[in-house]
Design a protein around this ligand. Structure first.
Ligand SMILES: O=C(O)CCC(=O)C(=O)O
Ligand SMILES: [Fe+2]
Length: 381
C-alpha cells in the first residue's frame, strides 16, 4: 500500500463533469451492494504490553503503534535517586530506567562507536547476503550493519546487541501473545513462530531469519532517506535518536517520532503478520525522512541520525497450517496453506516486494522485475 500512495497524491486532478460524477457514484454504490458482508467477529480486547491506552488500536487499524517506556518517578526531595554516594552500598531499590530502554541506549552508543571506525575496518564486515547480513554503505544516504549471528558481529557490538536482542525478542513474543488473543487464537498460535529467533545465535549454523539492523543516516538535506515500504516479518521495532520515521495512516505519512515526548519506539506489523492474521492486521507502511539539521544536543552539533531496527521473522522450519490460524475473528483464508514451512511462505511474500535497502542499481532492477508482475508494486524493508 505504501508505495502506491505518493503516486495517488501526485496524480493530476481528473477532468470534472457532472455525468462523470454521477456514473462514479453509481459505480461506487453498486460495488458496495455487491461486496460480501464481512461476518467475522470483531477483535477481542487484548492490550499490547508497554502501549498506552490511546495507542492500543492503531496496530490493528493501521499496522503501527507506539511503545512508551515508563519513566522513573521523581523523588519528593527533588533528587533523581534516593541513594547518595554514602548510602549506595545499602540495598535501597532505585527506580530504574526500563531494561529495554537501557539496552537500546547502550546499543546506540556502541553503534556510534562502530560507525566511527574507518571504512577500511568496517570493510571486514562487508555485506554477505545483500542487505540481509553485514555492513553496507549507500554513499550520501546511509550506512547500516545487519546482525544475524554473534560470529559475524563486530566486537564493539557483541554484548549490547545480544542483550538488546534478548529483551526485544521477549517483548515482541509477549506482544504476539496479545495479538493471538485479539484474534481469538489459542495460546502460542503465533508466538510459536519465534523459537530460536528470540536470541542472537552464536554461529552461522544456528542463524535464524530474524535480524537486528543498525543505521547511521548522513546529511541533513531535507529528503526521503528510506522509501515507503512495509517490513516483511511478523513485527518490527524501530527506535531513532532523532525524529525521522514516518508512518502511513491510510491518507498521509505521520511524523510519528516527532510526537514522542518521552522515550518511545515504534512497533510495526509486517507482511508475515498480515498473512498469518488473514489480513486482520495490516502491514504498517512507513518511510524515513530527514527534516533538516536538528538543534544541538548537549551543546554538540548532531552529525547523523542513528536508528535501531529489529525485525522479528517467523522461524523458517516452523510449519504453517492455515486451519490452525483460522478463528471466528480471522475468518477463512482465501488461499489455504497446508504443511508449508514458514520459510517457504516467507519466500512467496518476499518475492512479491522489492527491497529498499539494496543499492540504487539493484533496487531499480528489482523494481523493474516486479513491475512485470501485475499488482506487485510494493516495497519491503
Ligand atoms: O531507520 C529507520 O528508522 C527505519 C528503517 C526501516 O524502515 C527499515 O530498515 O526497514
Ligand atoms: Fe522498515
Amino acid at each position: 500500500m505504501a508505495t502506491t500512495a505518493p503516486t495517488k497524491m501526485d496524480s493530476p486532478r481528473e477532468h470534472f463533469s457532472v455525468s462523470g460524477l454521477i456514473a462514479k457514484l453509481k459505480a461506487r454504490r453498486k460495488r458496495k451492494e455487491e461486496a460480501p458482508k464481512d461476518t467475522r467477529q470483531p477483535l477481542r480486547s487484548s492490550p499490547l504490553p508497554l502501549v498506552l491506552p490511546q495507542h492500543q488500536s492503531t496496530l490493528v487499524n493501521l499496522g503501527w503503534t507506539t511503545v512508551t517506556f515508563p519513566q522513573p518517578a521523581p523523588f519528593p526531595n527533588g533528587l533523581s535517586s534516593p541513594t547518595s554516594p554514602h548510602t549506595s552500598d545499602h540495598a535501597t531499590p532505585t527506580p530504574d530506567t526500563h531494561p529495554l530502554q537501557q539496552a537500546y541506549e547502550d546499543l546506540f552508543k556502541a553503534s556510534a562507536a562502530f560507525f566511527d571506525l574507518p571504512d577500511s575496518e568496517k570493510q571486514r564486515w562487508k555485506t554477505k547476503l545483500g542487505s540481509e547480513e553485514g555492513w553496507s554503505k549507500i554513499p550520501g544516504e546511509k550506512e547500516f550493519i545487519t546482525l544475524r549471528t554473534l560470529e559475524y558481529t563486530p566486537d564493539v557490538l557483541k554484548e549490547p546487541a545480544a542483550k538488546y536482542w534478548k529483551l526485544i525478542g521477549a517483548h515482541l513474543t509477549s506482544s504476539l501473545g496479545r495479538i493471538e488473543g485479539s484474534l481469538g487464537m489459542g495460546t502460542e498460535a503465533l508466538s510459536r513462530f519465534v523459537g530460536p529467533c528470540g536470541t542472537l545465535q552464536d554461529t552461522d549454523a544456528g542463524k535464524t531469519a530474524t535480524m537486528l539492523r543498525l543505521f547511521r543516516y548522513e546529511g541533513w538535506e531535507e529528503k526521503v532517506v528510506a522509501e515507503p515500504h512495509a517490513d516483511l516479518g511478523l513485527l518490527s521495532f524501530v527506535v531513532g535518536d532523532v525524529p525521522g520515521l514516518e508512518v502511513w495512516n491510510g491518507q498521509q505519512f505521520i511524523p510519528i517520532e516527532k510526537t514522542y515526548t518521552q522515550p518511545a519506539g515504534t512497533l510495526l506489523a509486517g507482511r508475515q503478520l498480515q498473512r498469518f492474521s488473514n489480513f486482520r492486521y495490516p502491514a504498517g507502511g512507513h518511510r524515513v525522512v530527514s527534516y533538516g539539521r536538528p538543534s544541538e544536543v548537549d551543546g554538540q552539533e548532531k552529525k547523523y541520525r542513528f536508528s535501531i531496527v529489529f525485525v522479528l521473522r517467523a522461524h523458517e522450519p516452523v510449519i504453517v497450517n492455515s486451519a490452525d490460524l483460522e478463528t471466528e475473528v480471522t475468518g477463512k483464508w482465501e488461499h489455504p496453506v497446508t504443511d508449508m514451512s514458514a520459510g517457504v511462505l516467507y519466500e512467496q511474500i518476499r518475492n512479491a516486494h522489492f527491497n529498499i535497502n539494496t543499492g540504487m542499481k539493484e533496487r531499480e532492477e528489482q523494481r523493474r522485475k516486479l513491475e512485470g508482475k501485475k499488482g506487485n508494486e510494493k516495497a519491503s524493508g
